[in-house]
Every structure is written in structure tokens, then in C-alpha cells.
Design a protein around this ligand. Structure first.
Ligand code: ZN
Ligand code: ZN
Length: 164
């Protein structure tokens, strides 16, 4: 994306709308993207300071990290990315660097998507997961397995038994 016109005209903005390639957007729990993720917004030149604002919308078909159930997650990731034409602070680059007048929009969108995606994929916040013993889906109700005994407690019980 060429920003030449924007760079020489402070006070203007440039809209963008770009489909994201899902190649870099692979997470172990995401099985597919039923819709192509879309990034939309505008880049604003405010007194020489460039900021990209907008959002990315995506639909992910996922497998729950706890119970392996499949579900869809729709996300809208807000974007507010400062851009800079020159490297200002090598230690803390909290802005995205242009290459001359060129902005690698795909890279900005993909990187923002990855950084803002929660790495835990749960079918619901309180998913109880599977029983480690019998593999039953605990969201369906208790499975009947006895809870695992705390080994420290078992030692204590043994001591008490010996006393009697
Ligand atoms: Zn689950
Ligand atoms: Zn069980």
C-alpha cells in the first residue's frame, strides 16, 4: 500500500479494506476459517503522525482445548497501530515501520491478528473439560469417578490409621 499522497498531505486519511490470507493465521485449535477474515479502516495523517485505525472481523471454526467439542468463534479485533516512516527507538518499536512510502498492510493486519488472539480456545468460559480417568465430557454431568486423592492427605490418613 503506497502512502505517498497521505504522507505529503497532513490532515487527510486513506481508507483500506483488505482480506487476510489465513496462511500465517494458524492456531492448533483453529480447524478452519469459514469466512475470509477482513481488515477495514483508515490510515490517518494527523500533523505528520500516522495512525492506522479500524478492525479485523473473522470467523473461526475451533476445537475446544478442554473438551474437544467443535464450535465457531466470531471475533472483531480493534486496530490502533501507530506507523512511522523512520526508526525512532530501536529498543521499543511500539509502532509499525514503513519502507519508504510503502506500508506492508498484510503484515500489519496479520501481526495484529496474531497478537490479539487469545491462545486459549474454549467452547465456553466455564467448560469443565473431560474426566482425566474415564474421558467423559464433564459438561454433560458428573461421570461417577471418585476424585483423585491428594497424596499428602493419604499419608496423613495412614498415620491416623496406625495410631488406632
Ligand atoms: Zn469445551
Ligand atoms: Zn470419569
Amino acid at each position: 500500500m503506497n502512502l505517498h499522497e497521505l504522507l505529503i498531505h497532513p490532515g487527510t486519511s486513506l481508507p483500506f479494506s483488505r482480506e487476510l490470507s489465513t496462511q500465517r493465521l494458524s492456531f492448533p485449535a483453529v480447524l478452519s476459517y469459514p469466512e475470509t477474515p477482513l481488515g477495514e479502516g483508515e490510515i490517518e495523517n494527523s500533523a505528520g503522525v500516522l495512525t492506522l485505525r479500524g478492525h479485523i472481523r473473522a470467523l473461526m471454526h475451533c476445537r475446544c482445548d478442554r473438551c474437544a467439542r467443535e464450535f465457531d468463534r466470531r471475533v472483531e479485533i480493534p486496530l490502533e497501530v501507530p506507523l512511522a516512516a523512520e526508526l525512532q527507538d530501536e529498543e521499543n518499536p511500539d509502532y509499525f515501520l514503513l519502507e519508504g512510502d510503502e506500508l506492508d498492510l498484510d503484515d500489519v493486519l496479520e501481526t495484529s491478528f496474531i497478537l490479539n488472539t487469545d491462545s486459549l480456545f474454549l467452547c465456553r468460559d466455564d467448560c469443565k473439560g473431560l474426566c482425566p480417568r474415564c474421558g467423559a465430557d464433564l459438561n454433560e454431568g458428573p461421570c461417577g469417578c471418585k476424585p483423585e486423592k491428594d497424596p499428602r492427605l493419604a499419608v496423613l490418613e495412614q498415620l491416623l490409621d496406625n495410631k488406632e
